[in-house]
Write a protein that binds this ligand. Structure first.
Ligand code: NAG
Ligand code: NAG
Length: 162
């Protein structure tokens, strides 16, 4: 089975990022461009098993340059079968979550015990330049909202280059 799909959504959100695409893939090896493994991850709930988070040019911790596209890959094992998953992404600043986007992932039928990779992109804007924020990803069953994964990682939004 192969779920290499891309649903293109273009949301222009004042908060701090624009989702450019999301998709879900069955287990396989991806070309790695220069994605690094993000290590400082905190769980915020969910029945599924988080495996690994990779983000463009992040090693351990992310420092985002406003205006750049960051590709995100998240490996996870769902706890139960679902015909469709949805993904929401928040930036948490001073304890307040700002919803960047929320969308159903196209063709995202999953089985428990298999590892899947959720792929999406964000483009941070400069509203929170100079701040430390948390990037939170939430993956849930579209039909009954069963929470599979909630994870977050602390990251920095850099100042705009002069
Ligand atoms: C979802 O899967 C169907 C059937 O395989 C395919 O026709 C369709 O293009 C896929 N959708 C996306 C967004 O890839
Ligand atoms: C890891 O994240 C926690 C909060 O989520 C933060 O307090 C800590 O400073 C971070 N560590 C590094 C090395 O970024």
């Amino acid at each position: 089975m192969e779920f290499s799909t891309k649903l293109f959504i273009v949301l222009v959100i004042a908060a701090s990022a624009t989702a450019t695409s999301i998709g879900l893939s069955a287990p396989r090896i991806f070309s790695q461009e220069s994605k690094g493994v993000v290590t400082n991850i905190t769980r915020c709930g969910g029945y599924g098993t988080p495996i690994q988070l990779r983000i463009t040019e992040c090693e351990g911790r992310c420092s985002f340059t406003p205006g750049r596209v960051y590709n995100i890959e998240y490996d996870m094992i769902p706890s139960s079968a679902s015909t469709s998953l949805s993904l929401a992404c928040d930036l948490v600043f001073n304890g307040t979550p700002l919803r960047l986007f929320e969308a159903e992932i196209a063709n995202s039928s999953v089985q428990p015990g298999l590892m899947y990779t959720v792929k999406f992109s964000i483009v941070p804007n400069d509203i929170l330049s100079g701040q430390t924020v948390k990037l939170r990803a939430i993956i849930y069953h579209t039909d009954n909202r069963l929470l599979e994964i909630c994870v977050e990682t602390e990251c920095d939004i850099l100042d705009l280059p002069l």
